[in-house]
Design a binder for this molecule. Structure first.
Ligand SMILES: *Cc1c(COP(=O)(O)O)cnc(C)c1O
Length: 412
């Protein structure tokens, strides 16, 4: 909504800005001129206009191109100025023309699938592992799509005349497996490659620079960064963005303006948060790697704040044993979270498919936050010790586990 006019930043007239600068300023370039410092939150659902001839023309333009209406907003489902600030900023960070925000990451992925299916392009080629619910959405065919799962090398051969999308994650949830996006983009030919960049964020990787046409984020994770906002966003060229806005308008998966505000605020600290948490994650990886209780550690070359590891003991005991780290699904918050993918985030994926994708039953996924590295290690060390104890004594897992919240595991 009117972002072109109010959040304008003309690269031709201004020196290119580094990512850290864009994170703080993009989407806010008009504020000082308006005498504002913080971005305003516009909660209006509708907007007055005495010129209904003019409105008719603007609605026609939206219906044909999905272009953001110039001038004052029309209705909350067509677009919102606060949300548009976040979209402007995220597009700048990902290096795309546009971005379109949705109520959640799954709403964003659904809109992409619907945009393609509406052109008769229902076939999707995808590489496992994907986030559990993305896998489920495709496998269950909930939106009428048909999926062919392939290894990265099999993408080109899997393409059909009705293939509308190639979908990948790198680093992937939950194994942190990495893909060669440039090679994949080449294999896709004219079919759009969608890279889910939730784990790397634009701080560590900009998939469009490697040939992806669409970049998806669960903005619920690092972009928001504080575990208090659900959102999704697709960064892409303006042509695709127009289609996504039309789908969003017709299906209603809009982002609330308060969420848009929180996301814009989250972006300002994104580079600092991601770098700090990544440094801590790399140190934890070094310690886990050297630990005899840990069978295998997964950490991507691109870095990041997500780590995954397989334990010799019972992974459920590690989850039951943490005290500082929160045992919870989701990721990307300022505080550290840990979860067991086979039980939670990837439970909905068929067991054989899940194991085939490298999601072992002993795998744990940890989202490293901004706590002190030694405090995090002390907590992990204690939890690994609890798991190792039950493994050596061979006691029943459930019977020996202290009740949560009773402080039974004192001393750490
Ligand atoms: C969480 C997640 C999603 C789904 O996002 P929601 O905001 O939970 O709908 C998609 N992709 C990845 C990689 C995720 O981690």
């Amino acid at each position: 909504m009117n972002s072109a006019s109010t959040h304008a930043y003309d690269p031709a007239r201004t020196a290119p800005r580094a990512l850290d600068t864009e994170a703080v300023h993009a989407g806010r370039d008009d504020l000082a001129r308006q005498g504002l410092h913080a971005a305003p939150i516009d909660l209006s659902t509708t907007y007055p206009s005495y010129d209904s001839r003019g409105e008719a023309a603007r609605i026609d333009a939206f219906a044909t191109e999905g272009a953001e209406p110039e001038g004052t907003p029309i209705y909350g489902r067509l677009g919102n100025p606060t949300v548009a600030r976040f979209e402007t900023a995220l597009a700048r960070l990902e290096g795309t023309e546009s971005a379109v925000a949705f109520a959640s990451g799954m709403a964003a992925l659904s809109a992409v699938l619907l945009a393609r299916a509406s052109l008769g392009l229902r076939h999707v080629v995808a590489v496992r592992p994907l986030y559990g619910c993305s896998d489920h959405l495709l496998t269950a065919g909930l939106l009428g799509s048909e999926v062919t799962w392939v290894d990265p090398a099999g993408v080109a051969d899997a393409l059909r005349p009705d293939t509308g999308l190639v979908l990948v994650e790198s680093p992937a949830n939950p194994t942190l497996a990495e893909l060669d996006l440039r090679a994949l983009a080449h294999s896709c030919g004219s079919v759009p490659l969608l890279a889910d960049n939730t784990f790397a964020t634009p701080v560590l990787q900009r998939p469009v620079e490697q040939g992806a046409r669409l970049v998806l984020h669960s903005a619920t994770k690092y972009l928001g960064g504080h575990g208090d906002v659900m959102a999704g966003v697709v960064a892409c060229d303006e042509e695709f963005a127009g289609r996504l806005r039309q789908i969003r308008f017709a299906t209603g998966g809009v982002l609330h303006p308060l969420a848009g505000y929180l996301l814009l605020r989250g972006l300002a600290t994104l580079p600092v948060r991601v770098r700090a948490a990544s440094a801590t994650a790399a140190e934890l990886v070094r310690r886990l790697d050297a630990d005899p209780r840990v069978a295998r550690v997964h950490y991507p070359r691109v870095g990041g704040a997500m780590i995954a590891f397989e334990v010799h003991g019972d992974p459920h005991d590690v989850i039951a044993g943490v005290r500082l780290i929160t045992p919870a699904v989701s990721l990307g918050s300022v505080d550290s979270l840990i979860q067991h993918p086979a039980s939670i985030s990837h439970r909905i994926v068929d067991e054989t498919d899940r194991r085939g994708a490298g999601v072992s039953d002993r795998l744990l996924r940890m989202s490293v936050g901004l706590e002190d590295v030694d405090d995090l290690w002390a907590d992990l060390d204690g939890a690994l010790g609890a798991a190792a104890d039950t493994a050596t004594t061979g006691t029943g897992v459930a019977a020996e586990r202290p009740a949560a919240g009773l402080g039974a595991a004192s001393g750490r």
